[in-house]
Write a protein that binds this ligand. Sequence first.
Ligand code: UGA
Length: 367
Amino acid sequence: MKSQFNDSSITVAVVGCGGFVGSHLLDAILARTQWRVFGVDLDFYRIQHRLRDERCEFMVADLADKSVVERIAKYPVVVNLAAICTPSRYMAEAPEVIRSNYDHPASLADACAKSGSWLIHFSTSEVYGRTSADAGLLVEDETPLTFGPVTASRWSYATAKLLTERYIAGLKNLKWTVVRPFNFVGPYMDFMPGVDGSGIPRVLANFSSALVRGEPLKLVNGGVAKRSFTSVFDAVDFMFALFEAGLAGNSVENDAGKSPFSQAFNVGNPDNEVTIAELAYKMRRIFAEIKCVDVESIPGPETVSGEEYYGEGYDDSMRRLPSVEKAERLLGFKAQTPIDVVLRESLTWFVGHYSNTSHPGTDSASS
Ligand code: UGA
């Protein structure tokens, strides 16, 4: 174990510790380090098993509360995963989406600049905006960021997230790193509509729910958009590569002269790029294998229009292919898990978890 991971004097604040990514990160911090965790969220159902852990302190709160923000910024490392990040809400609740994704993180950034904490802020691959079907690799410090018109409220979230990135990068005394997740998937992602959340979750949870219910998978606008799906466990490994680099000697330049500070990193897996239609057929096949049934007995996908499905103002990124060169060069990190492995693991979990559908919890407001 690296010496910084053995240092029991370190406490990491994790805002959104009860969310999909936060819950996996919390488990990994407790398993791989001697650190303590100060966890903040509104919903803790994914981390019930950690609530009595003596290395953890939890607070039921969000960043709207200034006193909570000051408290979080006392810790040397602050990871902010809190966000409203389900596309179905970007149109219906644009002002709330903007407040939660700009106002709140900006006030946390101010507090971290004042206290000297290292802020690791989770942004989004959606900052690359309305990418076309022939968009190439998306490169952190090169690719232009182009959004759709203001009437397409789909971009409310990306606009707020990008403004937060710019705010963070503009703060003079802030030690910061921005993470841009590319479609993280795995166990505990989102929710099952009508069981532990309402509305439309992201595609993995939505397709999993349809498969479990024996309903057709809905392909928005034919399912021609492409995404690169990344295992949440690879994402957690990225965080450890980042922690290691950032805490090495606790200086602005780490030993190898490769600073992880003042950088935005894509975290994704370009080897796992598929169209959404391909994803649907893969998930249908894997589900049939898990259930030991003939794939033809499972309803096939059907097409629906974006506006009909999500509401007025829906728009889409047609391709999101991450360049991962920077994470490899500065942190020695590369995602490893192939898409079929991630999907099998996620679907197996989903089928087991929701076989008894009376689970507590709500749709989480954390990444
Ligand atoms: C969302 C968030 O907005 C991003 O910020 C976030 O980074 C990203 O998820 C992520 O998980 O990393 P998006 O990729 O559009 O962005 O999220 P999904 O709702 O999972 O949709 C992916 C694609 O599948 C879209 O083209 C969508 O139209 C389509 N889709 C979704 C379907 O065809 N059927 C569904 O039932 C759901």
